[in-house]
Design a protein around this ligand. Structure first.
Ligand code: PMP
Length: 457
């Protein structure tokens, strides 16, 4: 049991000395003091147990303190903590080989970093060096990092600061099937569809045509003739599990390549089996990116990121001297390697498909029951529940109302996340080991929290 400082003292230190978030919020009205974790469970300092459906934002992939991963970490810690990639050490090469075996040709050159922002920084640099072009396009509502360079890719006001960042970055309209201006409700790749009206005829999405026209217009008006890259998440994470019309990424990749740019899939949240149907999110879009960036789930919460690209794209980068002290250190590689083994051995991708589809289907029933759920979407265990004031207007539910439901869900023992550009989406992205019973527990809790809110309203 926890024997450390009192909660009051911890909160005082947090307020005075820790973490910039302190100035704003502690996420919950009554903050959670996390002490310990095991698989899909977290315990607070008072010994209260929570079902963790946020997993440190889709980061704890195989489960908190998974015994097999812990064993691999401890083994490596006893053997060798650190050496840089200037030496050949088995862990980095073994890991690189394992990782590329999971990606299609010609993606086979791996760079290891310490975070997703670092990976995307590197991806931007490599794209610019390879193409000789500068401009980069991302989708509005996306999150690709908080470093001065990636802040330009990130297209969300709340993560922006008024500093010189994002030269050459352009954020195009997000083809959001639910909230976007052109709808497209029956076009997305998800076990559940939206309940909004849609003009699409069978097999052809008119909304997609509109979004692609908009992108073409951007090419004609906003960027130089040649561009360096397009960055896209297969499903937007921080954006609130936003999904695009089915062929959007495929057609966008074609247009981007015609403009001289390379296509980069940000798999920081969607990779490593989370979407269930595929190991990588991009595979659900029938595309092969020129570069893939990863982090978060790659090492189950241990700091690590990666960029994987082709030999041809990597070549000009080799002309300079790239150095990253911690990127790909032996402990991170040993953990990441064990994560890949665990995903396969525990059949976690299959579990994401099974539990995720069940959750989506059951959440859609809650959507039909409650006026304040506008949309349920996602794939596997990357799920968004979009909250609205009412189904007719689809206005985002207020932050106060969101906070009430959120707090109630937490008090009943389940941690979920919030996202979306108005903070209107509940996000569910648990450790990939959750069971159907866990899903049932969450569904009961969430149903009750919604009912409590409706009763008070
Ligand atoms: N890309 C995506 C899709 C992300 O969700 C995040 C983090 N939320 C990042 C990049 C940045 O990763 P990091 O916080 O490790 O820098």
């Amino acid at each position: 049991s926890y024997q450390g400082m009192s909660k009051e003292r911890l909160l005082e230190i947090r307020k005075q000395n820790c973490h910039p978030m302190t100035m704003k919020v502690t996420y919950y009205r009554q903050p959670v003091f996390i002490h310990q974790g095991h698989m899909q469970w977290l315990w607070d300092v008072d010994g209260k147990r929570y079902l963790d459906l946020f997993a440190g934002v889709a980061t704890v992939s195989v489960g908190h303190c998974h015994p097999r991963v812990n064993e691999a970490a401890v083994k490596q810690l006893k053997h060798l903590w650190h050496t840089t990639a200037i030496y050949i050490h088995p862990q980095i090469q073994e890991y690189a080989e394992k990782l590329v075996s999971l990606l299609p040709e010609p993606l086979k050159v791996v760079y290891l970093t310490n975070s997703g922002s670092e990976a995307n920084d590197l991806a931007m640099l490599m794209a610019r060096l390879h193409t000789g072009n500068y401009d980069i396009i991302t989708l509005r509502g996306s999150y690709h990092g908080g470093s001065p360079m990636t802040m330009g890719l990130t297209s969300r006001t709340d993560y922006k600061y008024p500093v010189a960042s994002g030269f050459g970055c352009h954020n195009t309209m997000c083809p959001d099937v639910f909230r976007g201006v052109w709808g497209g409700s029956h076009c997305r790749d998800s076990p559940v569809q939206t309940i909004r009206e849609c003009n699409c005829s069978a097999g052809h999405c008119q909304a997609n045509d509109r979004y692609i026209e908009q992108l073409k217009e951007m090419f004609d008006t906003t960027v130089p003739h040649r561009i360096a890259a397009f960055f896209g998440e297969p499903i937007q994470g921080v954006g609130g599990a936003v999904q695009y019309p089915k062929n959007y990424l495929k057609e966008t990749y074609k247009l981007v390549r015609e403009k001289g740019g390379i296509c980069i899939a940000d798999e920081v949240q969607t990779g490593f089996g989370r979407t269930g149907s595929h190991f990588w999110g991009f595979q659900g879009h029938d595309i092969i990116p020129d570069m893939v960036t990863m982090a978060k789930g790659i090492a189950n919460g241990f700091p690590m990121g990666a960029v994987v690209t082709t030999e041809e794209i990597a070549r000009p980068f080799g002309k300079g001297l790239h150095f990253n002290t911690f990127g790909g250190n032996p402990v991170a590689c040993a953990i990441a390697s064990s994560v890949l083994d665990t995903i396969a051995e525990d059949r976690l991708q299959e579990n994401c498909a099974m539990v995720g589809t069940y959750l989506l289907t059951e959440l859609a029933k809650l959507r039909d029951k409650y006026e304040i759920i506008g949309d349920v979407r996602g794939k596997g265990l990357q799920i968004g529940v979009e909250m609205v004031t009412d189904k007719a207007s689809c206005k985002p539910l207020s932050p106060e109302a969101m906070a009430e439901i959120f707090e109630d869900t937490k008090d009943m023992g389940v941690l979920i996340g919030k996202g979306g550009i108005y903070g209107q989406t509940f996000r569910i992205k648990p450790p990939m080991c959750i069971t159907k019973d866990d899903a049932d527990f969450f569904l009961a809790v969430f149903d009750q929290a919604l009912q409590n809110y409706m009763d008070r309203r």
